[in-house]
Ligand binder design. Structure first.
Ligand code: ADP
Ligand code: MG
Length: 367
């Protein structure tokens, strides 16, 4: 991240007795695209509405550049926002919709209006659509009109709430590419809300994971995937199996050695996530590509014994995802070649792949 441009400092928001946002602190660099990723109900839209000035925080501050905008009304913040359902005016043309964003900020000069609308339509690849009615446009085109309307006043910050979620899957990917192109072209600092990991990874320079109103982790996609900070991130961002075990040893290289709870459990190395001690109950979060599947007869000393419980074909890259029952838990493993994917009921062994992502050990929180 470059120098912080947008800073959220300890934002809290309650609706009645429900704490929807709890101490959210975050810095976004100038020109950076931050993807805010979380499941439905985690508080994403509320956070975006606080940024836009449509809701007031109960505590905390919002700064843009060197200015505290916490108490500034929405119109004076000069931020562009695209709502989840676009909120376009169906009776107006594309021109009318895009001009509305400018007029609502007091821009009246017809020549300036025309020029700014043309500029925004160019950015959103909508040249030639000026006089079309909203109802005549595809979902992807409507999304771009909403984007053009937000960009026309040359905002200092762009806020996008699930901009692609009401497009059908075939349109979504194309519109996502166009959205990325437009954001890059404008070079504008952007906060983009999504519940889809793929979208967050594709569009975000960094990704902030929100769950139950609390930020879980903020970092580039690779970091979230390879070094998830807790079991929520490990399972929400990509797939992980959680394998119970007990800490046997911790070393000075930030590693823990965990005796897995299953069968005659071997001891596996994992990345230490918090201060763990010998005897702590942990869960190992294991990525499917971190393990290798072997016939039971070839089980090495550090291998796990199990039985194939299920397998499914996952397409060209992940040929098979094989679920192995260990006797009390199931771990999923990715198998690339069909002939290596054992059949349901087969006795198999699992061993860590040295080149795979290292399992992460998380302390089991009682209750
Ligand atoms: P997300 O966008 O991540 O799905 P929201 O920010 O929309 O989550 O909602 C977070 C929580 O806050 C939900 O439990 C939702 O019901 C609640 N909530 C949102 N807006 C209001 C409101 N105006 N009044 C009461 N509860 C609200
Ligand atoms: Mg939402």
């Amino acid at each position: 991240m470059t120098t912080p441009y947008l800073v959220l400092d300890g934002l809290c928001k309650r609706f009645d007795r429900l704490a929807v946002l709890d101490q959210v602190s975050l810095a976004v660099g100038e020109g950076e695209v931050l993807a805010l990723l979380g499941p439905s109900g985690s508080g994403k839209t509320t956070l975006l509405r606080l940024l836009a000035g449509f809701e007031t925080a109960d505590a905390g501050a919002i700064r843009l550049g060197d200015r505290d905008v916490t108490a500034l009304p929405a119109v004076q913040r000069g931020f562009g926002m695209v709502f989840q359902h676009y909120a376009l005016f169906p009776h107006l043309t594309v021109f009318g919709n895009v001009a509305f964003g400018l007029e609502s900020r007091g821009e009246k000069d017809p020549a300036t209006l025309r020029q700014r609308v043309a500029e925004a339509l160019h950015l959103a690849d909508l040249e030639g659509f000026e006089s079309r009615r909203i109802g005549e446009l595809s979902g992807g085109q409507q999304q771009r009109v909403a984007l053009a309307r937000a960009l026309a006043p040359r905002p200092r910050l762009l806020l996008l709430d699930e901009p692609l979620s009401n497009l059908d899957p075939t349109l979504r990917e194309r519109t996502r590419r166009e959205l990325r192109k437009t954001i890059e072209r404008v070079g504008i600092t952007t906060v983009l809300v999504t519940h889809e990991q793929e979208e967050a990874f594709d569009l975000g320079d960094r990704v902030a994971v929100l769950w139950r109103g609390q930020l879980q982790q903020v970092g580039p996609p690779e970091e979230l995937y390879l070094e998830p900070a807790n079991r929520f991130v490990a399972t929400f961002v990509g797939r992980s199996s959680l394998v119970p075990g007990t800490v046997r040893l911790t070393d000075h290289a930030g590693r823990v050695w965990v005796r897995l709870a299953h069968a005659d459990g071997p001891v596996w190395g994992a990345a230490e996530v918090e201060g763990l001690h010998e005897g702590d109950a942990v869960e190992l979060a294991v990525r499917p590509e971190a393990l290798r599947l072997l016939p039971a007869a070839e089980r090495p000393a550090e291998g796990l014994a199990g039985t194939v419980a299920a397998r499914r074909y996952g397409g060209a890259w992940t040929s098979y995802l094989v679920a192995v029952e260990l006797g009390g838990g199931v771990v999923e493993v990715e198998v690339l070649a069909a002939h290596d994917a054992a059949r349901v009921g087969d006795a198999v062994a699992l061993e860590p792949r040295p080149e795979g992502p290292r399992p992460r050990a998380f302390r089991v929180v009682p209750g």
